[in-house]
Structure formats: C-alpha cells, structure tokens
Write a protein that binds this ligand. Structure first.
Ligand code: SF4
Length: 152
C-alpha cells in the first residue's frame, strides 16, 4: 500500500521544469537522510493512494500535465502498479518520482518519465544548488542543470 498526506497535496511549478505538476507527499519513507526536512514522512501516516484516489486528484485539478510522487513509500509493487494504472488511464499526463535513493530499478525508469535520485545532503544542497548530489532525469537524460538559474 502507498500512502499520501492529503493536506500536503499541491500544484507546483518549480519541481518539474515546464510542467504544471500535481505533487503528492508519500509517507513511509525508507530513507535516512541526515537533516531530513520532513521526518514525519517516515511514519505510517496519511491515506491510501489508490489509482482511483489519484484519478480523482487529477480530475479535481484540471489542467495538470504531470503527476509527481514525492517519495516512494515502502511498497514497490503498489508503487509500480499505481504508475502503470495512471499511464493507461491518463497517457497525456507525465509521471514523476522523487526517490531518495542513489539508484533505482529498471522498472522505475520505465514507469516514470521523470526520476529524481539521491538522498538529501544538507551540505550539498537541494536540486537548485549547483553543488547538489541529487539528479533529475527525464527519460534517462540528466536535466538537473535546468534548476541552476543564473542570478544576473
Ligand atoms: S527522502 Fe530523506 S529527506 Fe525525504 S523524507 Fe525521506 S529521509 Fe527525509
């Protein structure tokens, strides 16, 4: 089972470049990042994110063109099943996964258009810091540099 935190569901513009993204926070995080920004996401909180629930969220947010899971949870079978259901039902909506792991399985690359890898390391900074250890890939291509805006 994959669980999300309904109150934290939001439309975002920055997380996936060029997309109007519906982002859901996934609980039961298996990561262990030092300086974790959201330790409560490591607990079994929230509600089940079934394909039907995800479909309702998409319908309630007309115009979104990307669905982003912020975290993987603790049930990889349910995660992939959810992604495959959404792909079938909404082929026009891209799927994104923020994983906290260094590497993900081939099935994850296949199931999601965007995949973010790497744990959060405070000293390295988040995705928009040029010193970040994290990477965002689009169909396997590293697009992390798109977050490094020039300041002039
Ligand atoms: S991936 Fe890391 S920073 Fe994010 S919730 Fe899990 S432990 Fe915390």
């Amino acid at each position: 089972m994959i669980k999300y935190v309904p109150d934290m569901t939001s439309l975002v513009l920055e997380e996936i470049p060029g997309s109007l993204t519906l982002a859901v926070e996934i609980s039961n995080c298996q990561g262990n990042c030092k300086g974790c920004h959201s330790p409560f996401l490591k607990t079994d909180m929230g509600e089940e994110l079934t394909p039907a629930v995800a479909a309702r969220l998409i319908k309630d947010n007309f115009g979104v063109n990307c669905f982003l899971l912020l975290g993987e949870g603790a049930d990889p079978v349910a995660l992939l099943s959810l992604a495959r259901c959404l792909r079938m039902e909404y082929p026009e909506i891209e799927l994104a996964l923020y994983s906290g792991r260094e590497q993900v399985e081939e099935e994850i690359w296949q199931a999601f258009d965007y995949v973010k890898t790497g744990p959060y390391i405070e000293e390295a900074g988040p995705l928009n810091s040029p010193s970040t250890n994290q990477r965002l890939y689009y169909h396997g291509k590293d697009i992390t540099q798109r977050f490094w805006h020039k300041k002039d």
